[in-house]
Design a protein around this ligand. Sequence first.
Ligand SMILES: [Zn+2]
Length: 387
Amino acid sequence: MFAWRFLRTRVPLVRWGRTRSRKAAGMCQVGGVRGCSTAMERPSWELPQAAAMRVYYSDVYKVSLPAGHRFPMQKYLLVRQALESRAAMRDVVFTVSPFATVEDLALVHDREYIRRFLQGQLSEKENRRIGFPWSLAGVQRATASNGGTVAATHDVLRKRCRFAGQLAGGTHHAFPDHGEGYCVFCDIAVATRVALRDYGHVRRVLIIDLDVHQGNGTAAIFANDDRVFTCSFHGHGNYPFVKQKSDLDVEFEDGTEDAEYLEKLEFWLPALFSRVRPQLVFFQAGVDALRDDRLGRLNLSAEGLRARNRMVFDAVLNSSDAGCVICMGGGYSDPIDKTVASHAHVYLDAKAALSKHYAGQTAAAAARTFSAGEVPRVVPRERGYYS
Ligand SMILES: [Zn+2]
């Protein structure tokens, strides 16, 4: 029905190469429009909101896991602390994530599944599939993780900021009626459905999932929704071992290094933005493709991941008029320090891309303010804000 559904084919590894790349690029140019084409549909971003950034966190809900559990729950607080200590983030608003409402969750998930999870009535087998024993703190964490992504989405769609981050979320393995792979509810899917319900101008959403594991839940949820384009870059031989079909799946063999990964990303990003012309972008920015990761199986360097981040943020800023919601995704190095550093770099790179993109305009706005004789007002950092 929609021309851009042509990408709903997994690109076989053996067929990946220059021949296919040129062919695919040609197809994108036929129906797509290069560069920003949404300016006619919505007003452009205005300063200072355009250059602003907000970040949500839910590490205040402490979940204790059994001894020996391999999920690095401590990383969420460590990433926030790493970011709050950086001068580059001093004007970023950090906010405790609100809880998602049942009404919002039910846009994606079965009400009976939501109820049974909230009330601790999932079977032992269902909890094992999720990977966490059930607890009240776990309920708080899961609903806050989803609520933060929803709040971040409202922020960019209300034009409070062009980038909004969530220091959790990216729980892309959750399906409507069950959770798996450390994911209870699929936050990006919930926030996407909220955006489509609440904002009439949002008709095209792009989900860029660069976690090393396929976004199988997200792909399945939007399999028949032409308003949402799902794109997943992931390890071919890694979990989930039964893959779903995203609109674009790009797979990598174990041990893939920076050059190959970045070449493919550099090729596909312009094609995606040209074809989808998104009004809203989600970036699942998992860092488990890092070579030090215990579960990732790829061989990307920390600097390679930063180049990845910059490519995505530059594509959002230069190829669209969309706002971007950034979710944390996976990362499992042991010790956890390298994962924490790479997660933090995602948000630092987002802020740097915004600052660079709007640098000239910010300077011009400041010059106008000073020429009008106004004294810049110091705005205290907000906490606990949500509306
Ligand atoms: Zn992952």
